[in-house]
Design a protein around this ligand. Structure first.
Ligand SMILES: *Cc1c(COP(=O)(O)O)cnc(C)c1O
Length: 425
């Protein structure tokens, strides 16, 4: 693998960008490597500055479910761009995307568009607090909800890999309203409600966790959260920034048949452009200004180019309905990886659902942060580096989800399995 240009670009970047990257996990720190710099991408393939090509299983951390540079998405984006790139005045496109989201989710009557998943969560929590007239929010250890101050408490991958349980610069006063429970631990949540019932505005949860690696909810977990929220007049927020339009067109809530009060979306709904959204019942959403008094705003919210990319992406997903095929291809890939690793006697666990999965170098089941954290991160780093050498781009951290896109073919999977077979442990 040629690496001269990548190294050069990283050196230059470090002079003017902290750590040389604009989001921490991109620095490859936890996998003991220097980052690659991307020149272009098409379908399932990335090409770096040195001309190396990789099959991409990270897909911009989830959004590129149709693969890179999808021609229909690009065509709509170009059309939108030719009409101007931002007005700060409403467009019909925004209503169209909102209508598509409302049609996809039973729990959503109205949507507010924002510019990132972080902003979507920030808005959902302010809305929940304002609506409930309470301050405390229950979050699960290892779940990541963006870099909002009060959510940056035991928050998964980026922080897990950097060994920081929280971040300096988050006032204790903010974090004190964040109550923590282990993922999948219903008893812990019940205890929090027993102690703080009339102070809890909301529970926020990734209905399938993706940010401590893929962790599935146990059968009764989400149902119990729903009933605890209903009973205590707290709101249930599903953070579906990853799982929305990924696990099913209607997200994890459709797969598991649980209706949250609020849903946050991002990633896929922007088709590769910056976006976020919060949606829910009209009675709650109408509390947002200007209809209500809970303030939220954004210069580039509902940006026509981002929204056009989102509409094109959702339209294609709706027509293609690729979910079953994506799921069975992913299952096939995971089975193959397991087979190769078993042949080498390498202990591992693969958590998979639909087109997302994580290979944990772990002896036991991974059901929460503590069990995920037992994984052998050195072994993952070694695996990551050798796969990269073989032209396979995996998420540069043990605690992230891998994704497949509709552009991945059987051939890509075969090439990937060959690379796994070559890895030396
Ligand atoms: C990525 C992610 C976010 C944050 O979205 P950004 O667009 O990166 O701000 C929030 N929640 C979950 C579950 C995510 O995976």
């Amino acid at each position: 693998m040629k690496n001269q240009k990548n190294k050069q670009l990283f050196k230059k970047a470090q002079k003017v960008i902290p750590g040389g990257v604009n989001s921490p996990v991109r620095a490859f720190k936890s996998v003991g490597a220097a980052p690659i710099f991307i020149d272009n991408a098409k379908g399932a393939m990335l090409t770096d500055a040195d001309g190396n090509r990789y099959i991409d299983y990270c897909l911009s951390w989830g959004p590129m479910i149709l693969g890179h540079a999808n021609k229909d998405v690009l065509a709509d984006v170009k059309k939108a761009m030719a009409r101007g790139t931002s007005y700060g005045i409403p467009t019909e496109l925004e209503t169209q995307l909102a209508e598509m989201v409302v049609a996809a989710f039973d729990s959503i009557d109205k949507v507010r568009l924002v510019s990132s998943g972080t902003e979507a969560v920030m808005t959902a929590i302010r809305l929940a607090r304002g609506a409930a007239g309470r301050d405390k929010v229950v979050k699960f250890v290892g779940c990541y909800h963006g870099h909002v101050d009060h959510m940056l408490v035991s928050a998964g991958s980026g922080l897990m890999t950097l060994g920081a349980p929280s971040s300096p610069g988050v006032p204790k006063d903010f974090a004190k309203n964040t109550l923590l429970a282990p993922y999948n631990d219903v008893d812990a949540v019940e205890k929090l409600f027993a102690k703080y019932a009339d102070q809890i505005a909301a529970i926020i949860v990734e209905p399938v966790a993706g940010n401590m690696g893929t962790v599935l909810p146990k059968p009764a977990f989400l149902k119990k959260l729903r009933s605890l929220c209903t009973k205590n007049k707290s709101l249930l927020i599903f953070d579906e920034v990853i799982s929305g339009f990924r696990l099913a067109y209607g997200g994890a809530q459709t797969v598991f048949g649980i209706k949250p009060d609020l849903t946050t979306l991002g990633k896929i709904i922007g088709g590769g452009f910056p976006i976020g959204a919060v949606g829910g019942k009209a009675s709650i959403m109408n509390k947002l200004s200007p209809e209500g008094t809970i303030y939220q705003a954004g210069t580039l919210s509902g940006n026509p180019v981002c929204v056009a990319a989102g509409i094109a992406t959702l339209r294609l997903l709706k027509t293609l309905n690729p979910y079953k095929k994506l799921g069975s291809m992913t299952e096939c890939l995971c089975g193959g990886i397991s087979e190769k690793l078993n042949a080498k006697g390498v202990p591992h666990r693969i958590n998979q659902i639909g087109s997302m999965f994580t290979l944990f170098f772990n002896d036991g089941e991974v059901t929460d942060y503590d069990t995920a954290a037992k994984s052998d991160t050195k072994r993952y780093a070694n695996y990551f580096r050798q796969m990269l050498e073989s032209g396979i781009y995996l998420p540069p951290s043990q605690f992230e989800a891998n994704f497949l896109s509709t552009a991945h073919t059987q051939k890509h999977l075969e090439q990937t399995l060959k690379a796994v077979a070559k890895v030396k442990f």
